[in-house]
Design a protein around this ligand. Structure first.
Ligand SMILES: C[S@@+](CC[C@H](N)C(=O)[O-])C[C@H]1O[C@@H](n2cnc3c(N)ncnc32)[C@H](O)[C@@H]1O
Length: 227
């Protein structure tokens, strides 16, 4: 209870929070300038394109929400799915459906992971995932595929309705297009989130998920409001 109170207070006080310049400087060093550290991060030997602070936050959210299902768009090598499956093993609950337009034979095999091959915005893929989510009591969605704004926005519209009340829609890589990395990327996840929230979607940014200071998802942890 005490922890929940602290988190609520933190969420309120961080509503307008922006990373200070020295955090952004470290973020750029970490992301771009020092051997692309973000792409050299392994979980149990499999590459995960994630910031370790964000992985820790995922672990906290999994423990708090205890989802029956986590839907991930963008599998790549499967390191993030394997990380989530490892946490779910420790929690004793949950499965992962992860979608990628590219198929790969070398992804980790795990009882909790279902790989779906196809575009995340293909209506057949969306329908299949909806079917897999039909019986889930609590669902988290993580968007981490094509990071261009229009694609992310299409994914948000397709998958946000799967997110259960009080749970999370996590939009990865809102840091690109100068927030604060890759200034020349063009409109990306950050801009998709802005549009999505402006449309009145029932989600709020949970800035308490950014309390480790550096995150690849600034403003991208969206909590579904309770009715
Ligand atoms: C950033 S990587 C995913 C990283 C992974 N989640 C991790 O943390 O290790 C993006 C992935 O999205 C996939 N992708 C690109 N466009 C896609 C689409 N339209 N539908 C599904 N996956 C797509 C790419 O093939 C690539 O593997």
């Amino acid at each position: 209870m005490r922890l929940a109170r602290i988190r609520r207070r933190l969420a309120r006080s961080l509503t307008e929070w922006r990373a200070p310049a020295r955090v952004d400087a470290f973020h750029r060093l970490y992301y771009d300038d020092f051997h692309q550290t973000w792409a050299q991060t392994l979980w149990l030997g499999t590459r995960a394109f994630k910031c370790p602070f964000d992985l820790w936050m995922y672990q906290e959210l999994l423990a708090a929400i205890r989802p029956d299902l986590l839907v991930e768009t963008g599998t790549a090598a499967g390191g993030s799915a394997l990380f989530l499956a490892s946490c779910m093993d420790m929690l004793g609950n949950g499965r992962i459906v992860t979608i990628d337009i590219n198929d790969r034979a070398d992804r980790p095999q795990h009882d909790r992971i279902t790989y779906v091959h196809g575009s995340s915005v293909d209506p057949e893929v969306v329908d299949r995932v909806r079917g897999l989510a039909a019986d889930a009591r609590a669902v988290i969605v993580v968007l981490d595929s094509d990071h261009r704004r229009d694609h992310v926005l299409a994914e948000m519209r397709a998958y946000s309705t799967l997110v259960t009340q009080g749970s999370y829609l996590i939009v990865e890589d809102t840091n690109v297009n100068g927030h604060p990395v890759l200034p020349d990327f063009g409109p990306g996840p950050h801009e998709a989130v802005e549009t999505f929230l402006a449309e009145g979607a029932p989600f709020v940014r949970d800035r308490s998920c950014e309390r480790f200071l550096m995150t690849f998802n600034p403003g991208g942890y969206l909590r579904r409001e309770e009715d």
